[in-house]
Design a binder for this molecule. Sequence first.
Ligand SMILES: [Zn+2]
Length: 222
Amino acid sequence: MLSDVCGRKLNTYLPDYVVFDLETTGTSCYSDAVVEISALKVKGGSVVDEFTTLVNPKRHIPGFVVGIHGISDDMVKDSPCFREALSDFLEFAGDEVFVGHNIQSFDLKFLYRDAQNYWGKTIGNDYIDTLSFARKVLKGLDHYRLSDLADYYDIPIIGAHRALNDCRMNQQVFEHLAKELGGQPQICPRCGSSLIRRNGRFGEFWGCLNFPDCKFTRDAKK
Ligand SMILES: [Zn+2]
């Protein structure tokens, strides 16, 4: 939803969320534009609805990028502009928590930038970045790309780098990552992320999984 402040980053599992993904004309959140936006709505850990649209970026899509996602100028010439697509996406998402891979450094920057341009507002949905979540709950992998995580969990990689396929893969990865937390995690009262048991100089304590963004701790004996 449109808001005056950006949503908070959570590092936790929630059973209800909207996982989304963008394809773009390139990697710059200053000069590039969205060519596809897709999302899955998840309730109780299961997909209940989907949203997907190609987007006309009103500019040429460079050949090397077409080589990655396969979306060409011709495919988007009759598609809606991003103002319309983003508005539809936000209506689809409502105030659900966003989930996505590397969205803090990439996808959300496009959404925040364009919401600001179109409506003078940002986007207030809290979000879980599965890249940062995976790094915290799953130690020891060499790489944490979405495809690496899919590989690790034996999730089939079908049609990677088209947004809806990436959402499907991301949704399954997120459900697997949730199991790494084990049981019912305690929730940080300050930021809504999970708390995990850590060992410190003064013994065991609960620390926020969103550390260092959130520095909440609780004595493990309480
Ligand atoms: Zn916290």
